[in-house]
Design a protein around this ligand. Structure first.
Ligand code: ZN
Length: 323
């Protein structure tokens, strides 16, 4: 039922029925409507400022959980970084030195990414700090892993190369000292058994019965097998590669031919007394980059440190030059 309004007329002293015009009614309706809207908006602003809607509440707790997970991720990255640093330390101080490789400079290992605006994209977020620091850590670990894997690649390559080299460089004595052989002269200056003059002896001499087996001291290719023009009698020359060659002189018999490939420990001939020699013996030389070196340093496969010291002590006392 519509409400009927009355107005007091002072002239007639009576109440007159009020007849509102359509326009006026409409205007009033609009005002009410406007006020209601404004009130609703104001109320909503106040409410959302101090109270969360259920949706906001969910988002807020999700956000908190994400930040928490970011922090956990960051802690885990610290742990990964520590473990990685441990591997890097071992790489620089153990693996690389074994193969005579220089350590990787820390500025290469720790290299960051260029450009300060790399992380700008993340700055717009309210939790940008934890996001940026975690992303930075992740980038750093990724870079370090890359450098480390490259280093391991080169260590493996060196190891394979060294394996070949280790098989090739002279590493045993050319005659079995257990059964027959005995060292009779060492590398160095001493009196020549023929002329009596002080002269350099470029190898080591081993005495033993004629026909005693003589071994190749490392893998290699026979570069010479025949009679020497320089007083070495029947001699064998092995090229081991990596700058190493070995000479076996005064042989009685040669069992290999030029071009043959021999392995360490393979019999190449027999001990003899050919050439400029005062008695049955083997003259053994190791040459590195064309120069004779002390064969002493190339017995590491079959001589212990103790035996080695004894040999050095005996070197000066019991020399019997046979050339
Ligand atoms: Zn000699």
């Amino acid at each position: 039922m519509a409400k009927i309004k009355y107005r007091f007329d002072p002239h007639t002293l009576t109440y007159q029925k009020v007849n509102k015009s359509i326009n006026r009614k409409l205007r009033q309706g609009l005002i009410y409507f406007g006020v209601t809207i404004v009130a609703a908006v104001v109320f909503n602003i106040i409410f959302t400022k101090y109270y969360n809607t259920p949706k906001e509440h969910t988002l807020k707790s999700e956000n908190e959980e994400l930040v928490f997970k970011y922090k956990m991720l960051s802690d885990k990255l610290d742990e990964v970084e520590r473990k990685l640093n441990n591997i890097e330390q071992r790489d620089d101080n153990l693996y690389r030195p074994i193969f005579e490789m220089e350590p990787i400079p820390s500025q290469v290992r720790e290299a960051g990414f260029g450009g300060t605006n790399r992380y700008d994209e993340l700055r717009k977020y309210s939790n940008s700090e934890v996001m940026i620091s975690t992303t930075k850590k992740l980038d750093k670990v990724e870079n370090e892993l890359y450098i480390q894997s490259k280093s391991f690649d080169s260590v493996i390559k060196e190891a394979r190369n060294k394996e070949k080299m280790i098989a090739r460089i002279p590493a045993i004595q050319p005659i079995s000292l257990k059964d027959y052989g005995r060292i009779s002269d060492y590398y160095g200056r001493r009196r020549d058994p023929f002329t009596g003059k002080i002269r350099m002896h470029h190898g080591m001499d081993f005495t033993g019965p004629i026909g005693t087996d003589i071994y190749a001291t490392g893998k290699g290719v026979i570069e010479g097998a025949g009679y020497s023009a320089y007083g070495y009698g029947k001699e064998v020359l092995i090229n081991h590669g990596y700058g190493f060659k070995t000479v076996y002189a005064h042989l009685h018999q040669i069992d290999v031919e030029k071009g043959d490939t021999v392995s360490r420990g393979e019999v190449i001939g027999a001990l003899g007394n050919s050439g400029r020699s005062t008695g049955p013996h083997l003259h053994y030389e190791v040459r590195k980059n064309g120069r004779p070196v002390n064969p002493f340093y190339y017995y590491f496969d079959d001589i212990s440190a103790e035996q080695y010291d004894k040999m050095i002590a005996a070197a000066e006392e019991n020399r019997r030059p046979m050339d």
